[in-house]
Design a protein around this ligand. Structure first.
Ligand SMILES: N[C@@H](CCC(=O)N[C@@H](CS)C(=O)NCC(=O)O)C(=O)O
Length: 252
């Protein structure tokens, strides 16, 4: 990827003795970034990719209009499932869908400290992200969150639950379980430094703290989740800007 030496990835560069700061300086010097991240402000799957790519300094962000652009032939050539996020990397021709695959690729290729350690450490990050998606994120579709987003977008895909208080309690239980597993030692999911697991989780966790969610559903996030979001945004001001400008404006 260049950076003073010729290396295929930042992982290889760092292993060869190049510092991540040198990799970052090289990326910052480029007129055109190698990657493009295709995203929508209404999609926390894609906000995670947008924040990670911004932290890596390797990508331009491109909005996809979820009114149909995601099913266009041009976009299906990037992500055959017609969803955001998508990624292209001009340096090697890669096209990718699937948020977790994109986060792992971005870190491995451009900023390995975001996906650090040996296979056991990385497996822990993988498990955290999969746990989050399967047991927290996907709960939003029938519970406290997507009903509000659906209403604001004029979609009837996610009606309000018949028993809002029960849905809220179920979502709090899901958050408590995940937070108990991954936020207990903090300040971040894997300790002292941000990893891709934080970028995977923080978009949704920021979303659930927004005023419109409480106004429409009465949902109040657990205190430890709110503190965690504040810690992530304080650590990465660029992520804070992305969330404030996208999710925050939408749900103010
Ligand atoms: N498993 C996929 C899910 C992606 C996904 O559900 N994307 C949604 C937005 S959050 C989307 O593009 N929806 C529009 C559609 O399905 O047409 C991932 O993690 O990237």
């Amino acid at each position: 990827m260049g950076s003073g030496a010729s290396h295929e990835s930042a992982t290889a560069a760092v292993a060869a003795g190049v510092s991540e700061d040198e990799v970052a300086a090289h990326l910052a010097s480029l007129d055109k970034k190698p990657c493009t991240i295709y995203y929508s402000p209404f999609s926390n799957n894609s906000m995670g990719a947008a924040m990670t790519a911004t932290a890596c300094g390797c990508a331009e962000l491109k909005l996809v209009d979820l009114a149909g652009e995601q099913k266009s032939d041009a976009y299906l050539a990037i992500n055959p499932y017609g969803q955001v996020p998508g990624l292209t990397d001009d340096s090697n021709g890669l096209k990718l869908g699937e948020s977790h695959a994109i986060l792992r690729y971005l870190a491995t290729q451009y900023k390995p400290s975001l996906y650090p350690g040996n296979p056991a450490s990385r497996a822990r990050i993988d498990m955290c992200m999969d746990n989050f998606t399967n047991y927290v994120f996907l709960k939003c579709y029938n519970g406290s969150i997507n009903c509000v987003i659906g209403e604001l977008l004029g979609l009837d895909a996610w009606p309000y639950p018949a028993d809002q208080a029960a849905a809220n309690a179920e979502f709090v239980a899901a958050l408590d379980k995940w937070a108990g597993l991954y936020l207990a030692s903090g300040p971040f999911v894997c300790g002292e430094e941000l990893t891709i697991a934080d970028y995977r989780a923080v978009g949704l966790l920021y979303t659930i703290m927004q005023p419109k969610i409480k106004e429409k559903t009465g949902f109040v996030p657990p205190d430890n989740v709110a503190s965690y979001v504040s810690a992530v945004l304080a650590k990465d001001p660029a992520a804070a800007v992305l969330l404030t400008e996208n999710t925050g404006k939408f749900l103010a």
